[in-house]
Design a protein around this ligand. Structure first.
Ligand code: HEC
Ligand code: HEC
Length: 335
């Protein structure tokens, strides 16, 4: 073989390998439970329910009160406020939560349907006294008395409003909140110009020197696992034991779910207790090796020695994960 053709062959193999690397980050199809197939009627209903105060005690709040679309679906305050006053945790984003194998910072819910708190036997925002404080049976009865809702539920589910159908409609809409049009998703789907040179360097740092992909793994940017990364305890709780509350395994003390970083550049706060309020603070936390004084901190968290340029590139990369469409989710007309 001639030298030039060998060179071309090697270059071809190299770029094929790179292309493979990138496609590993393409978001897969959204998993949908067998007993709740998606359809546009359910999605439309779910969108309405997300913004409907009638799902709460005294018609006082809705899901989007705590998951503000403009701030990437995450909470506008460091800890969420409900009927019980200030809660212990920051409201995480619902963007890409459809991929989560478990929901909440401690993973205590198994599905988006369960998470809502509308399914019998499961506590969640609609029914939790400290959050929306609703009485789910009374809510279903009331919505059934609203002709627009009754008709729409019958069309979507073949029956009227039930607590289960409320949960299923909300979950169906959440399954559409996927950051598939983010610049990064366009980049890994072949549009090489979708992200800047600085963001490309940031992606290299994310996967290399920054050690981020040890937990924020492809394709979802999360291993769907739980880690203690030494986030400072702030807010009304003395100590949040996180995953330990679910498993009672001492090794799980202070572990929280690895978040998907999509739309995080729009968040007003970060981490389970809203301890940080900028990506700079987040990266400085990782850069100094988290909190080495925290006995249960994951050994994967170590000092990074990132330069100011590295940090700026990393932030440019994180910015490419934002799908602007999802920051513009609006309140629809309600029946
Ligand atoms: C009072 C504020 C508040 C309201 C209202 C609220 N949430 Fe939340 N939401 C939170 C907080 C705080 C958490 C995290 C709680 C935890 O981890 O223990 C959360 C967690 C979630 C999660 C889990 C995300 C993940 O990655 O694990 C989803 C999904 C969600 N909420 C959707 C909803 C929906 C749907 C509604 C309306 C039915 C709603 N929320 C209403 C504050 C709120
Ligand atoms: C050992 C696993 C691990 C590593 C390594 C890691 N993360 Fe995280 N990341 C997590 C966990 C777990 C959380 C949530 C922790 C909490 O709330 O207490 C988190 C939270 C975040 C958040 C906040 C998102 C939100 O929704 O609040 C950002 C941003 C972030 N990580 C970016 C990075 C970057 C950038 C790197 C590399 C410099 C990195 N992470 C390395 C596990 C990890």
């Amino acid at each position: 073989m001639k030298k030039t053709s060998l060179f071309l062959l090697l270059m071809g193999m190299l770029s094929a390998a790179q292309a493979d690397d990138l496609s590993a980050w393409k978001l897969p199809p959204v998993p949908v439970p067998k007993d709740n197939p998606l359809n546009p009627d359910k999605e439309k209903l779910g969108h309405q329910l997300l913004f409907d105060n009638r799902l709460s005690k005294n018609d006082s709040m809705n899901c989007a009160s705590c998951h503000l679309p403009e701030t990437g679906g995450g909470g506008p305050t460091p800890r969420a406020f409900g009927h019980g006053g200030e809660l212990g945790r920051w409201a995480p984003s619902w963007v890409n939560s459809a991929y989560s194998t478990s929901l909440f910072w401690d993973g205590r819910a198994d599905s988006l349907e369960q998470q809502t708190g509308a399914m019998p036997g499961h506590m969640g925002p609609i029914t939790a006294p400290g959050e929306m404080g609703g009485d789910i049976d009374a809510i279903a009865t009331r919505l059934n008395g609203i002709p627009g809702y009754k008709k729409a539920f019958e069309k979507a589910f073949g029956e009227g409003v039930t607590p289960q159908n409320i949960a299923k409609a909300i979950a169906s809409y959440e399954r559409t909140l996927i950051a598939s049009s983010s610049p990064f998703q366009r980049y890994v789907s072949g549009d090489r110009k979708a992200i800047s040179a600085s963001a490309k360097r940031g992606f290299d740092i994310f996967q290399g020197k920054g050690r981020c992909t040890l937990c924020h793994t492809p394709p979802l940017m999360t291993d769907n696992g739980f880690h203690n990364i030494g986030v400072p305890q702030v807010g009304p709780m003395k100590e949040d034991l996180g995953r330990f509350e679910v498993t009672k395994d001492p090794a799980d003390k202070g572990k929280f779910k690895t978040p998907s970083l999509y739309n995080s550049a729009s968040f007003a706060f970060f981490m389970h207790d809203g301890a940080f309020s900028s990506l700079h603070e987040v990266i400085d936390h990782y850069n100094k090796g988290g909190n080495p004084g925290e006995a249960n901190q994951d050994p994967l968290i170590t000092r990074l020695d990132l330069s100011e340029k590295d940090k700026a590139d990393l932030i440019a990369f994180l910015n490419t994960l934002t799908d602007e469409r999802l920051n513009r989710v609006h309140q629809p007309a309600l029946p």
